[in-house]
Design a protein around this ligand. Sequence first.
Ligand SMILES: NC(=O)c1ccc[n+]([C@@H]2O[C@H](COP(=O)([O-])OP(=O)(O)OC[C@H]3O[C@@H](n4cnc5c(N)ncnc54)[C@H](OP(=O)(O)O)[C@@H]3O)[C@@H](O)[C@H]2O)c1
Length: 329
Amino acid sequence: MTAETEAFRFSEFGAPDVLRWQPHTLPDPAAGEIQIRHLAIGVNYIDVYHRRGVFAAPLALPSGLGVEGVGTITALGEGVTGFAIGQRVAYVGGPPGAYATFRNLPAGRALAVPASLDSTEVAAMAFKGLTVEYLIHRCVPVASSDTVLFHAAAGGVGSIACQWLRQIGATVIGTVSSAKKAQVALANGCKHVIIYTEEDFQARVAEITGGKGVDVAYDSVGAETFTKSLDCLRPRGTLVSFGESSGPIPPLSVASLGAKGSLYVTRPSIAHYTANRAEYEAAARNLFAAMEAGVLRASGVTTYALSDARKAHEDLEARRTTGSVVLVP
Ligand SMILES: NC(=O)c1ccc[n+]([C@@H]2O[C@H](COP(=O)([O-])OP(=O)(O)OC[C@H]3O[C@@H](n4cnc5c(N)ncnc54)[C@H](OP(=O)(O)O)[C@@H]3O)[C@@H](O)[C@H]2O)c1
């Protein structure tokens, strides 16, 4: 079904004002695609990287933006089975283009949403929750006996990670930039919180662990934390470098990992952990079950009108947000 949509698109990389709100006519969904009308759209830090053009393989321009949404199916492309018009679905990944009232999407990215879950809550938790699912269950399966360092613990991914790690029983040391964010991180399950803009987090981790170091460090901050995160690990500990909110990580000498204690470093992406449909569905079942059981709550979601997406980006980049950010059409 041809649909009139409004969408943010951009034709040059840069600050939030490169985003242009444009009406356009959406073609019928192609074979293997579904068309959806969005109910809620998740904002993720990857959208900032896409908009700035800082990825190794930047998007081809002009482009849409956004990799996560919840919506109602309005049309099915040829050959699509297993979905019905009127059904509510969520998705993570696919070509950027979530900042839109309507969009077409490969059916392989769509996930049925349990009726009990609210659309805004799912948009707040799908991309970030599936990230946490693979980070703590599959990339490094965290055990109850583990002590974990998690940076940006009051952010979107961080808030979900702390809740899920608390349920596992791990001891979580979170870092945040302010006292207000420290309260959020503690409420989400951190046992210790370090305000890393005021304290040396490496020294504090050494103090908290009695000099042993942590089993796993999850670092999405990048430039400002990467090297010290390595130095927070116990011998044979693992650094999971999964983002660069503060800028690109410095070069790493593999030989230094031996000298620092036979350390492991990995650089995972949700794309590789959800590419296989069976793994993607299993991860989503795991996430939705944790949400339905109340293990994970989308507490403190900040919502903006979809047309205010530029403002949402400004706030996210200025570290003004806690928890997830959601756009509502
Ligand atoms: N590899 C993957 O599969 C994957 C998937 C999803 C997300 N990620 C990464 O996970 C991270 C979190 O994503 P999110 O969407 O949930 O964002 P977010 O955590 O809500 O926002 C980013 C947070 O990073 C912290 N930060 C530290 N230095 C910063 C700086 N110079 N500029 C901006 N923020 C800074 C801020 O927390 P404080 O103010 O407390 O420092 C900020 O709130 C991002 O780096 C993202 O790229 C990776």
